[in-house]
Design a binder for this molecule. Structure first.
Ligand code: UDP
Length: 456
């Protein structure tokens, strides 16, 4: 009789923020669908918030570790530097204890996949005698720039007006991520993105949430260095290949979504008549910028659904929707995928977080790019000039996007020639995205290879 093997067991440890958790949770679901047992590692604080907001999340196995801020999480640290440093110290010890506990109970752990924002996890994993894989949540092109900074091939502050790295066209310096062209502020975050390559040579695998055709040249270059697995886009299966029936949603929202309110409102709007607006889970707009966006939306010819998180709400101009209440809906959070997939949505005014960008491309929605900081600046360059899926709205010398510019970009995408081209291109990418994760597609094959490598 053939010997029965226990399923392989992989632990996945995202940085505890929405844009990092979504891709790793989705990767876990893909692995589950291929017979691998998975456990999500997260902080005690995040794990408590998940259980408070998400009923469906109970189906995901969670292992909680301490980041040193069990009561209040990141927001309760006095600075990002304090948070990141404490997380590394307390998290390393707490993770090691938890891994050893599992092992002492007879649990065999085949791999730990960690967010490249936390390369210290690899040291813990080695100490526990387990194989590790680094998971990059941002675009390969962006990570390639960071790699060149990490290696010292690009020195900061930048001394030239342009930057060239393999696989990308030459970028003007202002088109590089903000931590590169504006080196200095946010030392904790800039070191986090540059140091993603610490320990990478000790990792057995390197994963990236993108798809081959989208970043072919950079991927080919990175494959020469690492055992790279390109496994994206990590949208729930029902939005792409539809192979995993129950996979309709990311499953975990760190902020509670006003779901039915959004969908009911969208249901009443004509096809492709709504601009969906969101600046993601972390970006903070200057009050002056918030006012320009609000007045730009009110002045445009279109309806709008705008996600304004509770911590940003007080910056909205008082009563700006009073004269045209039917034109817009403001919510604190939504199920973004369902909104983007809704036929009333005509374009996405976005901060260009990489998840939002991939989601919009994968659902065939053209973009108006309004990046704020970090990788978003370079993603906006790709959106407009490389992938051809949208238009980048220009800011003035103060860095503020003015309402007139916003109105003209929205009109151009919703009604103009560039909108038609962008829509055509998103549809091309949408098909390629779907093909990559579908059975036998390039991302699907890389996942299969990873699973087979677990056995060795
Ligand atoms: N998101 C969401 N509802 C919202 C706004 C965002 O579910 O109202 C999700 C979105 O689908 C994406 C993630 O939050 O998966 C944001 O990640 P992204 O990389 O775009 O930006 P970040 O928040 O990391 O800046």
């Amino acid at each position: 009789m053939a010997q029965q093997h226990k399923p392989r067991h992989v632990l996945l440890f995202p940085f505890p923020a929405q844009g990092h958790m979504n891709p790793l949770i989705q990767f876990a679901k893909r692995l589950n669908s291929k017979g691998v047992k998975t456990t999500l590692i997260t902080t005690i604080y995040t794990s408590n918030s998940i259980l408070a907001h998400n009923t469906s999340a109970t189906s995901i196995d969670i292992l909680s570790v301490s980041d040193g801020f069990d009561e209040g999480g990141y927001a309760s640290a006095d600075s990002s530097e304090t948070y990141l440093d404490t997380f590394r110290k307390v998290g390393s010890q707490s993770l090691l204890n938890e891994l050893k506990k599992l092992q002492s109970q007879g649990e065999k752990i085949d791999a730990v996949i960690y967010d490249a924002f936390m390369p210290w996890v690899m040291d813990v994993v080695i100490e526990a005698g387990i194989k590790g894989g680094a998971f990059f949540t941002q675009a390969c092109g962006v990570n390639n720039i960071y790699y060149h900074v990490y290696k010292g091939y690009i020195s900061l502050p930048l001394s030239s007006n342009s930057v060239t790295v393999p696989g990308l066209p030459t970028l003007e310096s202002w088109e590089t991520p903000s931590f590169v062209h504006n080196y200095g502020p946010y030392p904790g975050w800039s070191q986090t993105v540059f140091n993603q390559f610490d320990n990478i040579d000790k990792a057995t695998w390197v994963f990236t949430n993108t798809f081959y055709e989208l970043e072919e040249q950079v991927i080919e270059w990175m494959k020469k260095m690492w055992n790279l697995k390109v496994i994206g886009p990590t949208l729930p299966s029902m939005y792409l290949d539809k192979q995993i029936e129950e996979d309709t949603d990311y499953g975990i929202n760190l902020i509670k979504a006003n779901h039915s309110e959004c969908i009911n409102w969208l249901n009443d709007k004509p096809k492709e008549s709504v601009v969906y607006v969101s600046f993601g889970s972390a970006a903070r707009l200057e009050p002056e910028q918030m006012e320009e966006v609000a007045l730009g939306l009110i002045n445009s010819d279109t309806n709008f659904l705008w996600v304004v998180r509770a911590d940003e709400e007080e910056k909205l101009p008082k009563g700006f929707l009073d004269t045209k209440p039917e034109k817009g809906l403001i919510v604190a959070w939504c199920k973004q995928l369902e909104v983007l997939a809704h036929e009333s949505v005509g374009c996405f005014l976005t901060h260009c977080g990489f998840n939002s960008t991939l989601e919009s491309i994968s659902l065939g929605v053209p973009l108006v790019a309004m990046p704020q900081w970090t990788d978003q600046i370079t993603n906006a360059k790709c959106i407009e000039d490389i992938w051809g899926v949208g238009i980048r709205v220009k800011a003035d010398e103060k860095g503020i996007v003015r309402r007139e510019n916003l109105v003209s970009c929205i009109n151009e995408i919703m009604e103009g020639e560039r909108g038609l081209v962008a829509r055509k291109n998103t549809i091309k990418w949408k098909e390629l995205a779907k093909k990559s994760v579908d059975q036998g597609g390039k991302s699907d094959k890389d996942i299969d290879t990873f699973v087979s490598e677990l056995v060795n």
